[in-house]
Ligand binder design. Structure first.
Ligand code: PLP
Length: 401
């Protein structure tokens, strides 16, 4: 075999990704004027899917913008030759603003120092910086309260080197609950603030042919729940990767009488069996002797561990797929190795393919089984966002047609 063949890798299903982009786009409804722009979030190494590989596919699938967290991600994309429109949602310190503008990225602002730095940098570059003002409506993470926001909007509006391209907020409690009163309240505050900014800057009303201000609050959950409030732009992360934000979102969508959108998981995490060992009854497997055999046991060793993002909390609880069937992780997940019990799958040999996350067909081509990101998250007590995002960057991402 090729000596560079990886021991563990990620496959990205291009057809699933394209499907998700198409259904999210179709799901984001118009409000009068233009359809909302679709910004797919590729922060966090594209939710673990691989920043450059995923961004390239999303760009080719026709998404309007890509959403990044910081300057490092902008650089990685530009250095990979991806010249798509970028929007920075997290944080740029004043000293990174000029570089971001130079790369043509637009970014969120919520403090006067960054706005000032943007003005100076844009003037120096002979460019206009495109800014998105963040409104604090209940998350207390980023953003300005109503009056301070209107004031900063005036500063931006009066500066020829700055363009107030957008105005945004972010929901604090939309996917964790089926009670959306808090989120509705955030939306109402946001809409009031958008109106106040429009009035202060004498901008045309939403839906007017001359309206250019992009008001945006929707993440995936909001798009699924309230397709009618998408505004000028939607910021979709998790849904673009084919995952529902949560069970609660699914239930709420059903309760509202919408037909839940069909999303298709994009990512499959694979490895191969390194070795199969026979372990007599009464012996221990792995660090800390947390698993003891009760029978003649066949243990397969997988060349993957917590250094790859396979969480140590999966020790003795997770299942993997081999030959389309489930096999149990036994003993502790180590830094680079994990053991599974394949006693009941006597055909297993070194080199066989194992799926840690995703689906695998049965050997007869039958339906097989699936380990979902939600299931892995349940085993370790976290959310599926974190499970996929923590898959190590060093694993190769392969796009499969
Ligand atoms: C990550 C992020 C999103 C996307 O959220 P999903 O739940 O993954 O759709 C949207 N907006 C902001 C500001 C974000 O940081």
């Amino acid at each position: 075999m090729d000596s560079s063949a990886p021991l563990a890798w990620i496959e990205l299903d291009k057809a699933a990704l394209r499907h998700n982009v198409a259904v999210l786009r179709a799901g984001a409804l118009h409000q009068g004027g233009r359809p909302p722009l679709l910004c797919v979030m590729v922060k966090g190494n594209a939710y673990g899917h691989g920043l450059v590989a995923a961004a390239r596919e999303f760009a080719a699938a026709g998404v309007d913008w890509l959403g990044v967290a910081d300057l490092a991600e902008i650089r990685s994309l530009r250095e990979a030759g991806i010249d798509h429109s970028l929007y920075v949602v997290s944080y740029l310190p004043p000293h990174q603003v000029e570089a971001a503008i130079g790369y043509g990225a637009r970014f969120v602002v919520y403090d006067a120092d960054v706005v000032q730095a943007a003005s100076v940098a844009a003037a120096r570059l002979g460019m206009v910086a495109r800014l998105h003002l963040k409104i604090e409506t209940g998350n207390n993470r980023q953003g300005l309260r109503h009056d301070a926001a209107v004031e900063l909007a005036r500063v931006i509006g009066a500066d020829p080197h700055l363009q107030l391209e957008g105005i945004s907020t972010h929901f604090a409690d939309i996917e964790d609950t089926t009670d959306h009163r808090f989120a509705r309240n955030q939306l109402a505050r946001f809409q009031a603030c958008v109106q106040a900014v429009r009035d202060a800057l004498h901008l045309p009303p939403a839906g007017h042919p001359d309206d250019r201000l992009l008001a945006h609050a929707s993440n995936t959950a909001a798009l699924l729940l309230w397709p009618e409030v998408c505004g000028g732009l939607v910021r979709c992360g998790i849904g673009a990767y084919g995952l529902w934000p949560s069970k609660e979102t699914w239930l709420s969508v059903c309760e509202l009488g919408h037909k839940p959108m069909e999303l298709r998981p994009v990512l499959t995490w694979k490895t191969t069996v390194a070795q199969v060992r026979a372990v007599p009854p009464g012996e221990y497997v792995g660090y800390g002797r947390t698993f003891r055999t009760v029978r003649e046991t066949r243990v397969a060793v997988l060349p993957v561990g917590y250094a790859d993002g396979y969480d140590r909390g999966l020790s003795n609880v997770a299942k993997v797929l081999i030959g389309g069937q489930r096999a149990a992780v036994v003993g502790r997940v180590a830094m680079n190795m994990t053991m599974i019990d394949v006693t009941d799958a006597p055909g297993v040999r070194a080199g066989d393919e194992v799926v840690l996350l995703g689906s695998q067909a049965a050997p007869d081509g039958g339906e097989g089984d699936r380990i979902s990101a939600e299931e892995l998250a349940g085993w370790v007590g976290t959310i599926h966002y974190e499970v996929v995002t923590r898959i190590a960057e060093r694993l190769e991402r392969r796009v499969v047609a």
